[in-house]
Unconditional design. Structure first.
Length: 398
């Protein structure tokens, strides 16, 4: 119900005693928030207390189901965004409750975890509040080129990329993101930006490394982490090529055949690729992180910024852990960027940008007609749903 409210500005509810042909009630604003908060408070009372897990993150793991910490996390998320749904300013009481909820989550044992990309392995840790025991393979292969690591693991679908503007928020050389096969950065980049290795690693040389074909290299170990840019390499250090025989070099800008910045008529190597789950730990890991503690940590920092202050040390605690330079004074813009750096590819960017008033600003490749258009903060109600339920009202601008 919260996801629908966040995306569409109105939520549907069918009362348990309602007749099957009755149109569901539509809730908006305070009424919708009250319903969600009430349900979450009931869930917090009824759910078991589940602390951080250990061992393999499969369907039998406790964190594969939501516990009290997951419900508190979601309640904090709702309260942090509440003023957006009501069209008001942030409320100090709500912000104080967000702070208390995150403290309670911490009290159950959840904490920031060192080793950023290890969080997205199958092994459980102190960060993971709730994960889904479903394949993370789509998060691996949707971004990679068809010829990425072709010998063992197979290639990708050559899809998802990011803008150079987003990549440039991270510390490091803007034109290079190299690292050793063992993960040591070579271009001054912070840990979360990841790296592109120049070769693979021997099979069995690191925990979780596999090779199903008896060859000398661990499957997927020549594929980098985070942001993949410039030349990509095979297991033995061979420079990979695209399907046309050209160097497989992921490029900063989306440009057409005439050199114009455009999403039309690109070649198959434009755009910086992004990857958090890595095939070197298995091509089909059953471990999709849904809620994790660093998000809660940053929610608390934001609630402090919007109420009592004193948030800068909290943000710097995370930045230092991620091998980034601490900030002198964390502004609202800084905090939004920090959430982007920590939580990219984890489904929160749209929600964050709306809350910080940045979703309709200009950026590369954005339609000029959408710049400053606040109606784009919500999605349109599908026509078939409007026909099925006359209690729904189409959002402005559609």
């Amino acid at each position: 119900m919260w996801v629908i409210l966040d995306n569409f500005g109105q939520g549907r509810v069918r009362e348990p005693q309602a007749q099957i042909f009755e149109d569901p009630i539509v809730l908006t604003g305070q009424e919708a928030v009250d319903q969600i908060v009430s349900d979450l408070n009931a869930a917090i009372s009824d759910l078991p207390s589940i602390g951080p897990g250990a061992g393999d993150g499969d369907s039998a793991a406790p964190n594969a189901r939501p516990g009290k910490a997951a419900a508190k996390y979601l309640l904090a998320k709702v309260l942090l965004n509440k003023h957006i749904y009501l069209g008001t300013e942030p409320n100090s009481a709500d912000m104080n409750q967000v702070i208390s909820l995150v403290d309670e989550i911490s009290g159950e044992g959840y904490a920031l975890e060192d080793g950023y990309f290890d969080i997205f392995r199958r092994q459980l840790d102190k960060e993971t509040i709730w994960f889904l025991p479903t394949g993370a393979d789509t998060r691996i292969w949707n971004t990679l080129h068809y010829n990425s690591a072709p010998d063992q693991t197979g290639g990708g679908w050559n899809g998802f990329s990011t803008l150079a503007e987003f990549y440039d928020m991270f510390e490091g050389d803007p034109n290079s993101n190299r690292g050793t096969a063992q993960g040591e950065p070579l271009d001054g980049q912070e840990e979360r930006r990841g790296y592109v290795p120049a070769s693979g690693l021997p099979a069995g040389s690191f925990p979780g490394s596999v090779n199903e074909n008896g060859d000398q290299f661990a499957d997927g170990s020549s594929i980098g982490f985070g942001f993949l840019i410039n030349q990509q390499f095979g297991y033995d250090g061979t420079a990979l090529k695209d399907r046309g025989g050209n160097p497989l070099t992921f490029k900063r800008q989306f440009k057409d055949g005439s050199g114009n910045v455009s999403l039309i008529n690109n070649d198959e190597t434009t755009g910086i690729r992004t990857i958090k789950y890595n095939p070197r730990y298995g091509a089909f890991p059953q471990h999709m992180i849904f809620f994790r503690y660093s998000d809660a940590h940053l929610m608390k920092a934001e609630a402090m910024m919007r109420s009592v202050g004193g948030h800068t040390p909290m943000v710097n605690e995370l930045r230092i852990l991620r091998k980034a330079e601490p900030l002198g004074n964390v502004t609202e813009s800084d905090l939004l960027e920090e959430r982007g750096r920590e939580l990219y590819l984890e489904f929160w960017r749209r929600n964050d940008m709306i809350r910080f008033g940045e979703f309709t600003r200009d950026w590369d490749l954005k339609s000029s007609s959408a710049v400053g258009d606040e109606t784009k903060n919500l999605f349109p109600i599908p026509t078939n749903q409007l026909i099925l339920n006359p209690n729904l009202i189409q959002n402005p601008g559609y």
